[in-house]
Write a protein that binds this ligand. Structure first.
Ligand SMILES: Cc1ncc(COP(=O)(O)O)c(C=O)c1O
Length: 384
C-alpha cells in the first residue's frame, strides 16, 4: 500500500538530489554543487573522537550536556556578545533540527513566517511541514542581496506574522547583513512583537574584513531572537550533526520538550567532541577560511573575465552569478551545463522563485578543480 500524507507530497521536489546523483555517477563532471566543507575536520577533533569512543553509548540529556553548554556560554559571550545561561541553550542534531524545533514551538497552523527569497533550501519545507504560512521578501542583486527592512514592513500582518527569519552570512548569496540593517530589523521585531530566527551557520566564514554581528546581541533582543548555530561549517563537522540554539528561556524549554520526541538528544560522541572543539585555537577555522578566500578570489576573477555579473559574496562559500543574458531558465541552464559542459552547479530556483536567472557555485571544492570548472564554463558559454 502506498498512501503518503498530503503534507509530504506537497514538499518541493528538490532538483539538487538529481543533479548531485549525476555529478557523483559521471566521473568526468566537476562538481561545484555541494554545500559542505571539502576539508577534513581539524586533526585534534579526530583525536577527540578516538579519546571518547568508549564513552558514548548512552543518551545525553535532551537539552545538551552540561559541559558542552558551559563551553557554548563562553563562546557566545566571547564571539557573539550574547549573554546566556544554560536555560537559554538547547543542543540539537545540527542547526537544521534547531530550526525545526523553533518552528514547532512558535508557529501555529497558518501563522506567518517571513523569509528572504532566495534563501537556503532547508528553510521553506521546514515551515511547510508545520503548515505555517511562509511569506517572502525578495532580495535584490543590486543591493548585494541584503534584506531590505522596508520590504519586511510591507509584508507584516499585524495578526498573523509571528516570525522573521534571517540568514547571515547567507546561503546562497554570500551576503553579510550590516549592523545598521540588523538594528532596523530589531526595531521591527520590537514594534510588532515578533520573533527573529537568526541562522548564523556561516558566522566564521567572512572575507575582506567584514564583521559578523549577531542580532541577538543588540539591546533588549534576547527576548525576541533565537540564534541558530552550527558546528558543520566552522569545524567541517557536518557529519557529526551538531548545532545549538540560544533564545528566551520559555521557548528553549518548549523546544527541549519537543526535542525528546524528535531525536531525544544530539549524539553523545558529537557533544563530547563539540565541547573540545569550542576550546580549540581559532587557527584551524582561520586556515580553512584563508583557503576559501583564495578560491573566492579565483572564482570572482574568472566570472568577471567570462562576463557573468555576480554580487560580491562577503561570507559563506558560494558565488551566485546572474545568467540572465544566456537564459531565463536556471534549471535548464544548470542541466545543460552539467550534461554538455560537465560542470555541476545548482539552479538559483532551488533557493526560491527570486533565484530564477541565477546559478549557485560552491567553492568548497579544490582550487585546481575550480580553475578547470571555470575554463569549462567559459568554453560552454561561447557556444550557448
Ligand atoms: C544557511 C544554512 N543553515 C543551516 C544549514 C544546516 O546546518 P546543520 O548542518 O547545522 O544542520 C545549512 C547547510 O548547508 C545552511 O546552508
Amino acid at each position: 500500500m502506498v498512501d503518503i500524507s498530503e503534507r509530504e507530497t506537497e514538499l518541493p521536489d528538490a532538483v539538487i538530489g538529481k543533479l548531485l546523483k549525476i555529478a557523483v555517477e559521471d566521473k568526468t563532471v566537476i562538481s561545484l554543487g555541494p554545500g559542505e566543507p571539502d576539508f577534513q575536520a581539524p586533526k585534534p577533533i579526530i583525536e577527540f573522537v578516538k579519546k571518547y569512543a568508549d564513552k558514548c553509548n548512552h543518551y545525553s540529556p535532551p537539552g545538551g550536556r552540561a559541559a558542552l553548554k558551559e563551553e557554548i556560554i563562553k563562546k557566545l559571550k566571547r564571539d557573539n556578545k550574547i549573554k546566556a545561561l544554560p536555560e537559554n541553550i538547547i543542543v540539537t542534531c545540527g542547526s537544521q533540527e534547531a530550526l525545526l524545533l523553533a518552528t514547532a514551538c512558535t508557529l501555529d497552523v497558518s501563522e506567518q513566517i517571513i523569509l528572504p527569497n532566495p534563501s537556503f533550501m532547508g528553510f521553506l519545507p521546514t515551515f511547510e511541514i508545520f503548515d505555517a504560512n511562509p511569506v517572502f521578501v525578495p532580495l535584490e542583486e543590486e543591493e548585494g542581496f541584503e534584506i531590505n527592512p522596508d520590504e519586511v514592513k510591507k509584508v507584516i500582518d499585524k495578526k498573523k506574522t509571528k516570525v522573521l527569519l534571517i540568514n547571515s552570512p547567507a546561503n546562497p548569496t554570500g551576503n553579510v547583513i550590516s549592523k545598521k540593517v540588523l538594528e532596523e530589523l530589531a526595531d521591527i521585531a520590537r514594534e510588532h512583537n515578533i520573533y527573529i530566527f537568526s541562522d548564523e551557520a556561516y558566522e566564521k566564514i567572512v572575507y575582506d574584513g567584514k564583521k559578523h554581528c549577531s542580532i541577538g546581541s543588540l539591546n533588549g533582543m534576547e527576548k525576541y531572537v533565537v540564534t541558530l548555530h552550527s558546528f558543520s561549517k566552522t569545524y567541517a563537522m557536518c557529519g557529526f550533526r551538531l548545532g545549538y540554539a540560544v533564545g528566551p528561556e520559555e521557548l528553549i524549554k518548549a523546544m527541549t520538550q519537543t526535542h525528546i520526541y524528535s531525536t531525544i538528544s544530539a549524539p553523545t560522541i558529537s557533544q563530547l567532541v563539540g565541547a573540545e572543539a569550542l576550546k580549540l585555537s581559532p587557527k584551524y577555522t582561520d586556515a580553512m577560511v584563508k583557503e576559501y578566500a583564495r578560491r573566492r578570489a579565483l572564482i570572482l576573477k574568472r566570472l568577471g573575465e567570462i562576463g557573468l555579473p555576480v554580487a560580491k559574496p562577503y561570507g559563506a562559500f558560494y558565488a551566485f552569478p546572474n545568467i540572465k543574458q544566456y537564459s531565463n531558465d536556471s534549471e535548464k541552464f544548470a542541466n545543460d551545463l552539467l550534461t554538455k559542459g560537465k560542470v555541476a552547479a545548482l539552479p538559483g530556483t532551488e533557493f526560491g522563485r527570486e533565484g530564477q536567472g541565477y546559478l549557485r557555485f560552491s567553492y568548497a571544492t579544490n582550487y585546481h578543480l575550480i580553475e578547470q570548472a571555470m575554463d569549462r564554463l567559459e568554453k560552454f558559454l561561447k557556444k550557448y
